[in-house]
Design a protein around this ligand. Structure first.
Ligand code: PMP
Ligand code: GLU
Length: 394
C-alpha cells in the first residue's frame, strides 16, 4: 500500500476548493446548485488585460522569467504600491509568485521553524492555518466577536503574544468577514507590536480594491512598521484573474530574497504570459475595474437585505471583499426536515442538500458559529439562493 507522508495526511483539504469541486460534481449530475462557496469574481478578465496577454504570446514570451518576476512587472508593482498605498518598495523587495497563495506559502516556508507561533485572528482565510502547520508552525487562533465587526483588539493581540510568536497574519478587507481595518485600528495594533520588535506582520491586501468605504490602510504605511511587514497582494480578485495565478509581495529584503530562493527550487517563477498581462493590469488606473466594485456593492446591499429577513442569520455589515459571514448558531441543536443541526458544517451541508445552495462552513475559517456566503454571483442567483435558503430553514 502506498504510504503518504504525515505532512500531507495531517493537512486538511482546502474547504473552499472542496466545496467548489462538490458543486461542480453535483451540477454535472444535473442538480440545479447555486454555487456561493467560492471566492471568485463572476466577471471576465477585462479585454485590455487579455489583449496584453495575446500580445505577449505573439511577441514570443516563452522562456523562463527571472525567478522573482520580470523587471517590468516589478516596476509596475512598485508604481502600484506608491500610487495606491504610498509605499516605497525597491526592486529587491518585490517577489512575484504563482498567486498570493504561493506568496503566503513562501513566507511560511522561509520564516517558520518547528514550534514557532503565528497569531491568526479568527475568522482567518481558510488556507492560513494549514500553510502554517505544513511548515511546522503553530497557529494561535484568537477569536474575535461579531459585535466588534470581527476585528482583533489591541488587548487581544497583546494577550496572544508569547516568546514563541514569530508572525501575525491577517487580511483586510477580510476574507471571510468583509471587515476593513481603519488606519487608526492598525495603528493601535502596531503600538502593541512596538514592544515586540521581532514579530513580523503579514498583511494580506488582496481585496484592497473591493472596499466599499474607501480609504484602504496598509500596515507598512507606518514608518516604524515598514521594515517588519510583508505586504501580500495579487490580481485574482480586483481584476477577475483567479486562473492567471499571479500574486506578489513587498517585503523586507532578507525575506524577499529567501522567498525567491524558495520558489527557485519549487516553481522557477510565475507564468510568463500572465506576468506580461499583469504589467498592463497594474499600470492602468484602478478606475478601469471600478465597475466590478460598484456591482459588488449593489449585491452586498441586496444580500444583506434578504438575509436580514431570515430568522437566525446574524450578520455584520461587511465593508469590503465579497462575502457575508452570518452567525447561524441559532440553528444549532434544532432539527430541520428531520435532520439534526449540531454545527455550522451540518448547516452548510443541510443548505447544499435542501436548498441546493453551496456555502462554506465557518469551521474552515476558525469561526465555528458562522457560514460564509460569497456574493460573487449574479443578482438573480443571489435572489434565488436566499429564497431557497429561507424556504429550507423556515
Ligand atoms: N488571500 C486571501 C484572503 C484570499 O481570499 C485568497 C483567495 N484567492 C488568496 C489570498 C489567494 O489568492 P490567489 O492565490 O488567487 O492570488
Ligand atoms: N480565495 C478564494 C476563496 O476563499 C478562492 C479559493 C481558494 O483559493 O481557496 O474562496
Amino acid at each position: 500500500m502506498t504510504q503518504l507522508s504525515d505532512r500531507v495526511l495531517n493537512m486538511a483539504t482546502s474547504a473552499t476548493l472542496a466545496m467548489a469541486a462538490k458543486t461542480r460534481e453535483l451540477k454535472a449530475e444535473g442538480k440545479d446548485i447555486i454555487g456561493l462557496s467560492l471566492g471568485e469574481p463572476d466577471f471576465n478578465t477585462p479585454d485590455y488585460i487579455k489583449d496584453a496577454a495575446i500580445q505577449a504570446i505573439n511577441d514570443n514570451y516563452n522562456s523562463y522569467t527571472p525567478v522573482d518576476g520580470y523587471v517590468e512587472l516589478k516596476d509596475a508593482i512598485i508604481t502600484k504600491f506608491k500610487r495606491d498605498n504610498n509605499l516605497n518598495y525597491k526592486h529587491s523587495q518585490i517577489v512575484v509568485s504563482t498567486g498570493a497563495k504561493q506568496s503566503l506559502a513562501n513566507i511560511a516556508a522561509v520564516m517558520l521553524n518547528k514550534g514557532d507561533e503565528v497569531i491568526l485572528p479568527c475568522p482567518y482565510w481558510v488556507s492560513y492555518s494549514d500553510i502554517v502547520k505544513l511548515n511546522e508552525g503553530v497557529p494561535v487562533e484568537v477569536k474575535t466577536s461579531i459585535d466588534n465587526d470581527f476585528k482583533l483588539t489591541p488587548q487581544q493581540l497583546e494577550a496572544a503574544i508569547t516568546p514563541k510568536t514569530k508572525m501575525i497574519w491577517y487580511s483586510s478587507p477580510c476574507n471571510p468577514s468583509g471587515s476593513v481595518y481603519s488606519k487608526d485600528e492598525l495603528r493601535a495594533l502596531a503600538d502593541v507590536l512596538q514592544k515586540y520588535p521581532n514579530i513580523i506582520v503579514v498583511s494580506d491586501e488582496i481585496y484592497e480594491h473591493i472596499n466599499f468605504i474607501g480609504g484602504h490602510a496598509s500596515m507598512a504605511q507606518f514608518d516604524d512598521m515598514f521594515d517588519r511587514t510583508v505586504t501580500v497582494n495579487g490580481v485574482s480578485k480586483a481584476f477577475a484573474m483567479t486562473g492567471w495565478r499571479i500574486g506578489y509581495i513587498g517585503a523586507p529584503e532578507v525575506i524577499a530574497r529567501a522567498c525567491t530562493k524558495m520558489q527557485g527550487q519549487i516553481t522557477s517563477g510565475a507564468n510568463c504570459i500572465a506576468q506580461r498581462a499583469v504589467i498592463t493590469a497594474l499600470n492602468e488606473s484602478p478606475s478601469r475595474v471600478q465597475f466590478m466594485i460598484d456591482e459588488f456593492k449593489v449585491r452586498r446591499e441586496l444580500i444583506l437585505g434578504l438575509l436580514n429577513d431570515i430568522e437566525g442569520f446574524k450578520t455584520n455589515v461587511p465593508e469590503g471583499a465579497f462575502y457575508v459571514f452570518p452567525d447561524v448558531s441559532f440553528f444549532f441543536g434544532k432539527t430541520l426536515k428531520g435532520q439534526k443541526i449540531e454545527n455550522a458544517t451540518d448547516f452548510s451541508l443541510y443548505l447544499l442538500e435542501h436548498a441546493n445552495v453551496a456555502t462554506v462552513t465557518g469551521v474552515a475559517f476558525g469561526s465555528p458559529d458562522c457560514i460564509r456566503i460569497s456574493y460573487a454571483a449574479s443578482q438573480e442567483q443571489i435572489i434565488e439562493a436566499i429564497k431557497r435558503i429561507k424556504e429550507a430553514v423556515s
